[in-house]
Design a protein around this ligand. Sequence first.
Ligand code: NDP
Length: 286
Amino acid sequence: MKSVTVIGLGPMGQAMAGAYLDGGYEVTVWNRTPARADGLVARGARRAETVETALTANELVVLSLIDYDAMDAVLARAPGSALAGRTLVNLTSDTPDRARQAVAWLAGRGAVQISGGVQVPPPGIGTPEAMTYYSGQKDVIERHRTALEVLTGIEYLGEDPGLAALYYQIGIDMFWTALAGYLHGQAVAEANGISARDFLPHAVRTMDLRYFLEFYAPRITAGDHAGDVDRISMGVASLEHVLRTAQASGVDGSLPAAVLEIFRQGVTAGHGQDSLTSLVGVLRRR
Ligand code: NDP
């Protein structure tokens, strides 16, 4: 029988354990707060009373915890011998260095870690378009491909265990700042009597950044920062308008002020007449 252990039952771990149950797997679960397993147990999952039982129940162990400190806290509850021979699919997000350190630490206890960064929210688990970044030992990933694909598709990045975390963090860097911009804009809209729902079609159009992403990427790679279509000086003037509009609306201006500060640094570095892409170099020097 196909079987797997899932440790960590936040919304993501619950979705994963649920996908395995739906896929006909025998699923053993453990969570620090045991009650979070109740719904899964009602659907047929086995509740492990201890971390040691959870680890030794299956070779394949999926971890979905808030961060690697939580993983350390969980694994400290079991004797090191419980890890021997296990494959830990660690879908916990943290920095690339933490992922690399964990791989070395686990190797000393006879366990292999496959590092992953899930690219969808919990409702996306088990859907065909969902993807997860993976890095680590390719042969181990291939051996468990069928089980991993119950959750999402596999985007394999390479042997370096930090790569999945790195790609994930870069994506999330873009995601959080873009989403914060969306929320800030909606705050300005709401402060002016425009409902979020009414502004939605305009937001969707404005935040469809695909054209810009594709236009700028080759220029960034080539180091081509010609100010033929945009200039940092234009960005500074525009951001000043954004900031003043927010402030006049009674909305906190710290987000556009932070972006304006970055653009001003571009001007100070002598790039006022260059493209916005020159900010990549300005940011790297900071
Ligand atoms: P939650 O924060 O809801 O779940 C965190 C889990 O970590 C819970 O099982 C919690 O246990 C456990 N935990 C936290 N601290 C400790 C500790 N000190 N010791 C033991 N267990 C601990 O996160 P999600 O389920 O939403 O996400 C899990 C991972 O997936 C995260 O790394 C997240 O970044 C990543 N992810 C999440 C996405 C999402 O949309 N939710 C999308 C993509 C990735 P307890 O129940 O006892 O508190």
